[in-house]
Design a binder for this molecule. Sequence first.
Ligand code: ZN
Ligand code: ZN
Length: 351
Amino acid sequence: MKKETSKKISELRRDPVTRDWIVIATGRGKRPNDFAGLKKAEIAYVSKKECPFEDPKAHGNSEPILILDRSGKEIKKDSPDWFVQVVPNKYPAFSGTAKQRHARYVGPYTVLDGTGFHEVVIMRDHDRSFDAISQAEAQSVISAYAIRFNNLSLRSTIHYVSIFHNFGKEAGASLYHPHSQIMAIPVVPPDVSKSLAGSKRYFEDHGKCVHCEMIAWEKKDGKRIVFENAYFIAFCPFVSRSAFEIRIFPKAHEPTFKNISMEEIGECAEALRNILTRISLALNKPAYNFFIHTSPIDLENEENRFYPHYHWHIEILPKTAIWAGFELGTGIEISTIEPETAAQFLRKFKT
Ligand SMILES: [Zn+2]
Ligand SMILES: [Zn+2]
């Protein structure tokens, strides 16, 4: 058994004005790469020999929670044929085993323990990132997301499951080896809250899902669509927050990622892989982030009846700019290319 008990639990704090949450996770400071003294290039590239994800267990990681092969089939924990393995993060931002969330009050502030789960989804090949893997392999990764999402959403303290992927040091990846992360957390994150509130407002005003409306209009207008298959559509949003931002939506209205079918997993993998390949070719392998936005977890709400207005999707953000004073001071991001032009450019590349 690994000793986790000495690790300090993180803390969530809410600003009483904006009602936004932040997390203070001092335990993460123990991450070897995190503080001064490390040259940037070393974070950017770690040789295969030194890479902790070549053999995660040998590098002190716990037993994997899930292992899939290159076809997406679940296999034995010690199988050498693994393509995806999910392990608990060695430096979790959320941890602990509390059965209930207990809010405390410190002056005007609300404080919660950072109870939750933090997992890493490791892909097998050191130098093959998402844009270089096969369709079956991409499907294996999305399957791992779906299996873990469903499992984590059954935990009583969990309110949201965040799945994201950072590629390149400019996008915040602290390890070169391709991997995604899953954080199951006890609060609904501010970006999702705002998105839910906005979707709800539109639904109440118009009786329709705002996302379905945007998809319908994108299909009619055609200018910003980059890729489409039977179940998914990918486009540069009309209101892009940054250059080459892309979103992938299921065409059918669906509030949560939780209900994704096997068939949809295949189509989702195709769309995501296609988009990341185009970005890689068009922007010369830039750093990027992608993440899933989905409705929150609520055990008493298994039919998602409280979020009928939401529509899950993937947001892909190539790192094309850094936030400076204006963005930080106003929350307004500056995109340096029209989404119509970005989509047109991305469509040119053969995948
Ligand atoms: Zn590696
Ligand atoms: Zn919809």
